[in-house]
Design a protein around this ligand. Structure first.
Ligand SMILES: *[C@@H]1O[C@H](CO)[C@@H](O)[C@H](O)[C@H]1NC(C)=O
Ligand SMILES: *[C@@H]1O[C@H](CO)[C@@H](O)[C@H](O)[C@H]1NC(C)=O
Ligand SMILES: *[C@@H]1O[C@H](CO)[C@@H](O)[C@H](O)[C@H]1NC(C)=O
Ligand SMILES: *[C@@H]1O[C@H](CO)[C@@H](O)[C@H](O)[C@H]1NC(C)=O
Length: 370
């Protein structure tokens, strides 16, 4: 599972500054004017391209990454758009610029701090425990430092500056478990440290004045072809995924949700929405055809084998090709999802009831407060 290096979770923080120009067809016209996103490869829209670290999915700059929508690689870990891209579109905002590629003079509608391979727990922890071989040096803590630096360059105007900002914190933490595979450190320790680290970052954002926040839970990581291909075949749950991995992420989410509940009490002026990735994904796995999928377990881009995944020949290498119809697949490259699946997940969050409180409560509060 060290191979999971570059699939760090999605820690998206959307920050949008509201107002302006409703047009007839837009569901949520410019209610927010900025999005700040944090996370890992599930959310990274291009920061990783200059970051050393992830090696297994190190071919993200090559075709067929990006083949579906952009028609060239944008260094997104998918054939097309990610959940955060669909969120931007739903809010009638442009795609988020990756932090490391800000030019400084653009009129900006948000920044994406997510980096593939990043962890919830600070990188030092993995170094101290000899778990840092070949892994991304960034964590969610690094992304918070970047955010603070960014605010300095903007001449940050205090809490009111976030009145129109949506903070979206995508899943982050799956990499922590992956890097810890085979180590004597118990999962319970990873969970406690990971949730504590993410909570600290959320707290810091809320203290600065973040008022609109979405926090994604972890997906059922045991359904990813990589997990399926390394776990023993006896380690399966009722939907055919890796039981131990899905249990890991399930318990992580329980702890995260408890922590969000306490943040809601500390920051009653903020709306903190939990986006239930785990249940959204499970729901699709139980009835893939309903969502247009024909293949739930195999990766679209790969060289064959039971899950069309081989850690030694991954998507983006010249010998590896993509399936003809990525939209019929849930999984893209063994770890990351197809644009089609990211779209389904986005829809389930925004209009499908897979968030608590309902996604619309963000808009209700925004409209109420102007
Ligand atoms: C907006 O909706 C109108 C009426 O349904 C339609 O004719 C028009 O093409 C739509 N515009 C866009 C940009 O989708
Ligand atoms: C930003 O600066 C670059 C380099 O100086 C320039 O090429 C670009 O046109 C500028 N963009 C805007 C929106 O001003
Ligand atoms: C890490 O590796 C070093 C060198 O092999 C060893 O001295 C140290 O005890 C190890 N630390 C842990 C926490 O295993
Ligand atoms: C699931 O995870 C919990 C919390 O770490 C653990 O106590 C339990 O033994 C795990 N169950 C299985 C079936 O792995």
């Amino acid at each position: 599972m060290v191979a999971l290096t570059s699939y760090s979770a999605i820690f998206i923080v959307l920050c949008a500054f509201a107002s302006a120009s409703p047009t007839a067809n837009e569901t949520h016209p410019r209610l927010f004017s900025k999005i700040y996103a944090f996370g890992d490869s599930f959310t990274d829209t291009g920061n990783t391209r200059s970051v050393s670290g992830p090696t297994v999915f190190g071919h993200v700059s090559n075709s067929p990454y990006g083949s579906t929508f952009f028609h060239h690689s944008t260094n997104r870990y998918s054939d097309g758009r990610l959940v955060i891209d669909f969120v931007a579109q739903t809010l009638s905002l442009p795609f988020l610029t990756p932090y490391r590629y800000l030019k400084g003079n653009e009129s900006f509608h948000g920044v994406n701090f997510a980096v593939a391979g990043s962890t919830a727990i600070n990188h030092d922890f993995f170094v101290r425990n000899n778990l840092s071989l070949n892994i991304t040096p960034q964590s969610i803590q690094t992304q918070l430092l970047w955010f603070n630096k960014f605010l300095e360059t903007q001449g940050h105007r205090g809490a009111a500056a976030f009145d129109d900002a949506l903070f979206w914190v995508g899943e982050i933490g799956v990499n922590d478990y992956a890097y810890n595979t085979g180590s004597p450190i118990p999962d319970d320790t990873i969970r406690k440290l990971g949730v504590a680290s993410v909570t600290g970052v959320l707290q810091s954002l809320l203290k600065k004045g973040a008022k609109y926040m979405v926090v994604q839970g972890l997906p059922p990581s045991g359904c990813l072809p990589l997990a399926m291909s390394v776990a023993p075949v006896t380690d399966r749950d009722d939907i055919g995924c890796v039981r131990s991995s899905n249990n890991q992420t399930y318990y992580h989410n329980l702890a995260l949700r408890a922590s969000l509940q306490s943040l809601r009490r500390q920051f009653p002026q903020a709306v903190i929405v939990y986006a239930d990735y785990w249940n959204a994904y499970q729901t699709v796995m139980k009835n893939p055809g309903k969502y247009g999928f024909r293949e739930s377990f195999k990766a679209c881009c790969g060289v064959g084998g039971p899950y069309n995944f081989n850690v030694l020949a991954v998507c983006g290498m010249s010998s590896v090709s993509s399936c003809k119809k990525p939209y019929e697949y849930i999984n893209w490259d063994g770890v990351h999802l197809t644009e089609a699946m990211y779209k389904v997940v986005h829809d389930m969050f925004v209009e499908g009831g897979f968030t608590q409180p309902p996604f619309g409560s963000l808009f209700d509060k925004k409209r109420h407060e102007g």
